[in-house]
Design a protein. Structure first.
Length: 163
C-alpha cells in the first residue's frame, strides 16, 4: 500500500471531521500516526520515511484509486459515576494489567486500601510498561476493566472511596 500526497490530505481531512482521537496506518513502506486532543501535547501527524526494501523483495503494490473508508471506533462505555467515589482514569491509550507479571498477585483488589503514589496497575503502550500511581487515597470499591484489555484515554479504571 502506498499513500500519495492527495490521499494523505483527504485522509487528514476525514480524520479532522471525525471524533477519532488516535489513528495509525501502516503500509509496506510507511507508517502514519495521527493523535489529537491529548493532554499537554499539540496535535501530531508523523509520517515515517519510506523503508528500504531488502534485496530481492517484491515492489510495493500500486496505490488504490480511492482511500478506504476510515472506521470510527465507538467510545468506551461510560459507567455511571457516583459522587461519593473518586475515579482513577487512564492517562493514555494502552493495555491494562492488574499485576506486574503473569502469575503474580494483583497490585490492588476490591477492598484494598491505597495511598497516594501507590502503584495500582500497569498500562502498556507501544511495548513500554507504565506503572500508574494513584493520585487518591482510600479503599478500592470498583475495578471496571478486565486484565489484559485495551483502555482509552480518560476511561475510568477504578473507583475509590476516599479515606
Amino acid at each position: 500500500m502506498q499513500l500519495d500526497h492527495d490521499q494523505l490530505q483527504k485522509l487528514l481531512a476525514l480524520l479532522g471531521e471525525s471524533d477519532i482521537q488516535e489513528f495509525k496506518l501502516e503500509g509496506d513502506d510507511f507508517r502514519l500516526e495521527v493523535r489529537r486532543n491529548l493532554p499537554h501535547a499539540a496535535p501530531v501527524a508523523v509520517m515515517q520515511a519510506p523503508l528500504p526494501l531488502a534485496a530481492g523483495a517484491p515492489a510495493p503494490a500500486p496505490a488504490p484509486a480511492s482511500l478506504p473508508e476510515v472506521p470510527s471506533a465507538p467510545p468506551p462505555p461510560a459507567a455511571a459515576s457516583r459522587s461519593d467515589l473518586l475515579e482513577i482514569t487512564a492517562p493514555m491509550v494502552a493495555t491494562f494489567y492488574r499485576a506486574p507479571a503473569p502469575g503474580e498477585p494483583a497490585f490492588v483488589d476490591l477492598g484494598t486500601r491505597i495511598n497516594v503514589g501507590q502503584t495500582v496497575c500497569i498500562l502498556e503502550a507501544m511495548k513500554l510498561m507504565n506503572e500508574l500511581e494513584s493520585e487518591v487515597g482510600g479503599e478500592v470499591v470498583e475495578i471496571l476493566v478486565e486484565n489484559g484489555t485495551p483502555v482509552e484515554f480518560g476511561q475510568v479504571l477504578m473507583r475509590v472511596r476516599p479515606a
